[in-house]
Ligand binder design. Structure first.
Ligand code: A2P
Length: 313
């Protein structure tokens, strides 16, 4: 099984990435270095995670000590929702590069199709506590994302949390096609329709919360736990693997790129050790059947916004 997939931009995308959301300050840098030693070459970051300086320091340390070269690592970051107005996109990308201490990103994504009220408060609320969104056409934001490529700030660009209709609007007027759409994806949310659509357009799906967000914050009331699923436990026994490894291997085999988050050295190793076994086609079909469209992160605060993405499958 290849360890990279080719993006429509021509660049190679490592098929397992390390997620950094909710990776705490003081821990995330150590985890990045450990991950590089294990073999991870793909790091998924975002301005919203508020830890890019520590992530960048760790990556640069491993480049400086000769463990990897800049060319060998794939670094993704994301444009946060306060900065969708086209004039803000290039400066915001430059700010992220400055935080990371890098001179280019391998991938820059529009984090959500929904725009927030501008300003420094990354989760702006009105007096009643309601999230303050605003309207910016994400197609105009996309044009500015393309400028990030022409300026050499990002090699590939993409989106995150876009539904099929939103992707179609971008595809209809873009010069550069999105290379990926990063969405929640795991055995309880297999995203089959979106995956089929994206594959037909040459767009790779990146899977966040690939393990079903076992420590979701806030927890999803009554949500079933992927890692506790007895059918997955049986498959894990059959392959002599952990449930996490079966789930990650499943995603890679259906052509999705998972980015499990961990700051724990043994789980970092566990999540990367999926290239030396293969699930049978029957077991892949079996896991496909577990889909129940359960979302750990339904983004309900933005559900009234015109660009809320999860009103359609
Ligand atoms: P930790 O960082 O302590 O390992 P997801 O990417 O689906 O949101 O899952 C990430 C969460 O799952 C994190 O809280 C992480 O905690 C935990 N996690 C990561 N890898 C594993 C694993 N192999 N087994 C159990 N839990 C894991």
């Amino acid at each position: 099984m290849a360890r990279t997939v080719k993006l429509n931009s021509g660049y190679d995308f490592p098929t397992i990435g390390l997620g950094t959301w909710q990776a705490p300050a003081g821990e995330v840098g150590v985890a990045i270095k450990e991950a590089i030693d294990i073999g991870y070459r793909h790091f998924d970051c975002a301005m919203f995670y508020r830890n890019e300086a520590e992530v960048g320091n760790a990556i640069r340390d491993k480049i400086a000590d000769g463990t990897v070269t800049r060319e060998e690592v794939f670094v993704t970051s994301k444009l946060w929702n306060n900065f969708h107005r086209p004039e803000l996109v290039v400066p915001t990308c430059k700010k992220t590069l400055q935080d990371l201490g890098l001179d280019y990103l391998d991938m820059y994504l529009i984090h959500w199709p929904v725009a927030f009220k501008e300003g420094d408060d990354l989760w702006p609320k009105d007096a009643s506590g309601k999230l303050q969104t605003t309207y910016v056409d994400f197609v105009s934001t996309w044009k500015a994302m393309e400028e990030c490529v022409s300026l050499g700030l990002a090699r590939s660009i993409g989106v995150s949390n876009f539904n099929t209709q939103q992707l179609k609007r971008v595809l209809d007027s873009c010069t550069i096609k999105p290379a990926t759409n990063q969405v929640e994806c795991h055995p309880y949310l297999t995203q089959k329709k979106l995956l089929k659509f994206c594959t037909s357009k040459g767009i790779v799906i990146t899977a966040y919360s690939p393990l079903g967000a076992p420590n979701a914050d806030p927890p999803v009331p009554g949500a079933p736990s992927v890692l506790q699923d007895h059918r997955l436990k049986q498959l894990a026994n059959k392959y002599n693997r952990t449930v996490a490894q079966v789930v990650l291997r499943y995603l890679v085999q259906i052509g999705v790129v998972p980015i499990p988050k961990s700051t724990n050295p043994s789980r970092l190793r566990e999540n990367f050790s999926i290239y030396d076994f293969e699930l049978s086609p029957t077991d892949i079909t079996f896991i496909d059947s577990f889909n129940c469209n359960v979302r750990a992160y339904p983004f309900v605060d933005a559900k009234d916004d015109v660009n809320y993405p999860f009103n359609m499958e």
